[in-house]
Design a binder for this molecule. Structure first.
Ligand code: LLP
Length: 419
């Protein structure tokens, strides 16, 4: 499975721009993003899901340019904070195609969403209904809401990203009756309209089975209320991080859930809801490549290759045990490959980017390394651990590179230190 961006010559160029040139112009570490790849994935999703809705989950990666691309490609946008909404708003993303999520929406999140007039707010708790209804009360039109339901489906993924199972912080349990109780509460509020149900069963899910089960359960639940117009099945579609892996087959997924929903609705005599899916990773992960410069090579029982970034720009190996592949960019020396462990510069032994990966045995300080499939949950989860500045995001397309997010500076970091 190709894990490089659509326009890439693996380990050489992306979007017609040599990676060596990007590194020279913008420095390292740097996130490189293939605009064409993002747009292509948006189109593939719209085609596979037609005539249903596709909402890009902005938590995977968001900046104004990304919001504009997603808008131009006709997708909806899922945001989960007033901060993400502010980015969307400043890019002019149409409010009626925005969904607001969150298991702990603050008054600021709700107020910002109502003020901008977002299309849907996804209710996640009983208490949120009254709070939202009160805030929405003085508007001319009622606010459309979806209810996030926990369907009791285990997608067999890392514990940190399994969100469809009982006994966790997201959603309202079907099994316990909490979901039914909140449906009744929403129906009593004149300032709210129950547009449908939502679930998000987890992330990095490679098979459609869990989605089908969840869809059937949610339709059965809808039938208790005579059906509802919308069913949002969340995101979580897997991508291949390494060549030997496979992502979710999106057209096959679409077929499976459409058929399941149609069958279940006809068996229960309710109209079919329109569907929404919310892919984040599957749109943007493979569009991104991270560039690092090698700082040191340490030979011992293992060979450690130390680079100028690490867990501050990619916390995923430390958080989820995620595995990446890595390549040297530029000069081919003909050296045989040897297993090395690529580590970051942070003061923590768990600061590993890729363990036991093959690199040319003559890898040395100054070499440029590229890590593919780093477009999702890298920039958006980056930190300033050890007061390390966050890398820039550089978009490439048609032989041109332009910064979307500039590199953080020491001054940026000091600006918040006001004591
Ligand atoms: N919709 C909802 C309600 C979500 O909570 C999420 C992700 C998505 C859609 C998009 O999921 P995706 O298609 O990107 O898997 N930081 C983790 C992933 C956490 C995902 C949280 N919610 C990681 O780096 O793998």
């Amino acid at each position: 499975m190709n894990i490089w961006p659509l326009t890439a010559e693996p380990a050489r160029s992306v979007g017609g721009m040599p990676l060596t040139e990007i590194a020279e112009r913008f420095g390292t570490p740097a996130y490189v993003l293939d605009e064409e790849h993002v747009r292509h994935r948006c189109r593939e999703y719209r085609k596979a899901l037609h005539p249903h809705r596709v909402a890009y989950a902005g938590k995977a990666f968001l900046c104004r340019a990304m919001a504009r691309w997603v808008d131009e490609e006709g997708l909806w946008l899922d945001v989960c904070s007033a901060g993400e909404l502010a980015v969307a708003r400043s890019a002019g993303f149409p409010a009626d195609r925005i969904l607001l999520h969150g298991n702990g929406k603050t008054p600021e999140d709700l107020t910002a969403a109502l003020e901008y007039g977002v299309g849907r707010i996804v209710v996640d708790s009983a208490g949120e209904v009254a709070r939202l209804a009160a805030l929405a009360g003085d508007r001319r039109h009622p606010q459309k809401v979806l209810l996030r339901v926990t369907p009791g489906v285990d997608p067999h993924v890392h514990r940190a990203v399994a969100t469809g199972v009982e006994d966790q912080k997201f959603g309202l349990s079907l099994a316990s009756g909490a979901a039914a109780d909140v449906v009744r509460r929403v129906l009593l509020q004149p300032s709210l309209v129950l547009a449908g149900l939502h679930c998000h069963i987890g992330s990095q899910i490679g098979e459609p089975d869990g989605y089908e089960t969840a869809a059937r359960r949610l339709v059965a639940f809808m039938a208790e209320f005579g059906g509802l117009p919308e069913l949002d099945l969340g995101g979580g579609h897997a991508v291949a991080y390494r060549p030997e892996e496979h992502g979710l087959d999106v057209p096959a997924f679409a077929d499976r859930v459409e058929t399941a929903v149609a069958e279940e609705c006809s068996a229960r005599g309710i109209p079919e809801p329109s569907l929404t899916v919310e892919p984040g990773r599957a749109i943007v992960a493979a569009a991104g490549v991270t560039l690092y410069r090698v700082i040191a090579v340490k030979h011992g029982t293992r060979t450690f290759v130390v680079v100028d970034g690490g867990m501050s720009d990619n916390p995923r190996p430390a958080l989820y045990g995620s595995r990446y592949s890595i390549a040297r960019v530029g000069h081919r020396t003909g050296a045989a490959e040897t297993p090395v462990t690529v580590v970051g510069r942070h003061c923590e032994a768990g600061d590993v980017i890729a363990a036991d990966v093959p690199l040319p045995a003559d890898v040395r300080p100054g070499d440029l390394l590229a890590v593919p499939c780093t477009g999702a949950y890298h920039h958006s989860m980056a930190s300033n651990y050890n007061q390390v500045a966050r890398p820039p995001v550089v978009a490439v397309r048609g032989g041109r590179a332009r910064p979307l997010v500039r590199r953080e500076t020491p001054e940026d970091l000091m600006r918040r230190d006001v004591g």
